[in-house]
Ligand binder design. Structure first.
Ligand SMILES: Nc1nc2c(c(=O)[nH]1)N[C@H]1C(S)=C(S)[C@@H](COP(=O)(O)O)O[C@H]1N2
Ligand SMILES: [Mo]
Length: 512
């Protein structure tokens, strides 16, 4: 009869082995979390966009193929950034676990993999358009803390790593995870400082009249979208923090007299107001990526006039602090009939940071990606043949006139309604063409004229509604928009890519 101990000679009980592997993986994860947390904390203090997870996330955004990117925007909406960052974090933690397991074989293997991971983050931070030497600091800190933590934890795990995590190792790992979590939380709260910027917006030289009265129909979109509810679409994982006192707008390229404007130069000019409804080209028919606001700023044509564009150019390439570029037709910016603004205000207040503080473009009638550059610092007069913008390189149309649309806000899709009189209502836009009417069709019935809310100008959306005496059953509601010229919007269905969605908005409801 053999001793039980001999039965196991040369092998470990499986549970011990599993525990040992888990312990090693945990060491890798703890070291990585501690390193990344410390790096993120430093980044918040010196260079927010150089935070290792954000830098890698931004590199992923820029490298993601167009179809995947628009799928992500469609599927996750405004949560797209959260989903992306979660993906980066999950992949990082998996690699961290692998590094921990490698360190079990040989410490230098684990340190090597961690080193490669940090190097990728450092490279991503340096590849940001706004990068400078300070941008490597967070990655250096991450490397120091991460590699140090792995070495300490590995040693702490005990001479015989096969015994799994020693008590000391568990405590060290817990401490490292704790440090990482605290650092990340502090970094987050410091990083999410006020989006609103204190300070007074200069008064407009000739204020616009108040907007027309809201239609008293519950559930329809308000005529003015508060900044806090305004959709946000941009490639910036962290909102750029631009200092108005050092901000400058440069006008260069094919111009007779290149210009430079400080923030004080801009605010000293007479302020103009414009009611403009902004739309994203990624918006699906019936989608939420549209908002109406009163913008305050100076006409871009006056700034361009000082620079004197040379003949033969058709594009203004605008550049943002974060390197994003946009290609606006020069003709739209110099058109005296179109209130293209270098805007510094939104709804009577300074632009919030996430909508472009200190200054952005707003070009009536053009999708945001071709005429609404936020955090804008440069206008380069050039040609479409010569320069391509961020989204154009990725296959989107060069010039993006907004496609008109009527949206049904109420009732909502698949709503279950009581028979009786029901208000069908919503908003309609045909920027720079004007909305004359909205027509509604119930099932296969005749198209009926909706009752229209007040008109705030051709660049602004318009509310509408129609009372409907609903009978039990399932019904299909459709809406379409008629431009000021009398032209009917197209019924041709198109997806957002490459130049905007079209077709009638359609909602199916059930009436009991
Ligand atoms: N710097 C910068 N400006 C930008 C973008 C961007 O990614 N970066 N996105 C554009 C797009 S696609 C749209 S639809 C509008 C949205 O403006 P909002 O976020 O203020 O609603 O901003 C435009 N300006
Ligand atoms: Mo957009």
């Amino acid at each position: 009869m053999t001793e039980p101990s001999e039965t196991y000679s040369g092998t470990e009980p499986p549970s011990m082995k599993t525990r040992a592997y888990l312990g090693s993986a945990l060491i890798g994860i703890a070291a990585t979390v501690a390193g990344a947390g410390a790096g993120h904390l430093i980044a918040v203090l010196v260079r927010a966009d150089a935070s290792p997870p954000y830098a890698v996330g931004s590199a992923v955004v820029d490298a993601t193929p167009e179809p995947v990117k628009s799928w992500a925007i469609r599927t996750f909406g405004s949560a797209d950034k959260l989903v992306l960052l979660s993906g980066v974090v999950i992949v990082t933690l998996l690699l961290a676990a692998v590094a921990g397991l490698l360190a079990r074989r040989r410490l230098s293997y684990g340190l090597g993999l961690l080193g490669v991971m940090v190097a990728i983050a450092g490279w991503a931070a340096l590849a940001r358009p706004s990068a400078d030497l300070l941008s490597v600091v967070p990655s250096l800190v991450t490397a120091g803390v991460g590699l140090g933590a792995m070495t300490a934890l590995h040693r702490g795990a005990g001479e015989s790593a096969d015994e799994g995590l020693s008590r000391r190792g568990v405590m060290l790992a817990g401490a490292a995870l704790g440090i990482g979590a605290v650092a990340a939380a502090v970094g987050r709260s410091v990083g999410s400082v006020a989006n609103r910027v204190a300070g007074a917006l200069p008064k407009p030289a000739r204020p616009l009249p108040a907007l027309p009265a809201e239609l008293p129909v519950p559930g329809i979109t308000a005529l003015r979208t508060p900044a806090s509810d305004f959709y946000r679409v941009d490639t910036a994982l962290i909102v750029p923090r631009v200092d108005a006192s050092s901000w400058e707008l440069v006008i260069d390229g094919e111009v007779e007299q290149p210009q430079r404007f400080s923030y004080a130069d801009i605010t000293a000019m007479p302020m103009v107001e414009a009611d403009v409804t902004l739309c994203c080209v990624s918006n699906e028919v019936g989608g939420e990526y549209a908002g109406g606001a009163r913008w305050t700023g100076v006409p871009v044509r006056e700034l361009l006039a000082r620079a004197k564009p040379k003949p033969g150019n058709d594009q203004v390439l605008s550049t943002s602090t974060d390197g994003y570029t946009s290609s606006t037709p020069l003709a739209a910016l110099v058109d005296p009939q179109r209130a293209a603004l270098l805007a510094i205000g939104m709804n009577g207040e300074l632009l919030p940071r996430d909508h472009g503080y200190p200054a952005r473009l707003v070009t009536p009638g053009l999708y945001g990606y071709v005429g609404a550059t936020k955090w804008v610092t440069r206008l380069t007069v050039t040609t479409y043949a010569g320069r391509k913008a961020y989204w154009t390189v990725r296959g989107w149309a060069e010039r993006g006139p907004i496609k008109p649309s009527a949206r049904i806000d109420t009732p909502q899709p698949l709503a279950s309604l009581k028979a009786g009189t029901i208000a069908i209502g919503g908003t309609a836009w045909a920027q720079h063409l004007g909305v004359r009417a909205v027509q509604v069709q119930i099932d296969d019935g005749p198209w009926q004229q909706a009752r229209m809310g007040g008109d705030a100008g051709i660049d602004y959306w318009r509310q509408w509604w129609l009372p409907w005496s609903a009978q039990p059953g399932q019904h299909r509601l459709r809406a379409r928009c008629v431009y000021a010229s009398g032209t009917l919007q197209t019924d041709v269905r198109a997806e957002p890519f490459p130049d905007g969605a079209s077709g009638y908005h359609e909602v199916v409801v059930n009436v009991r």
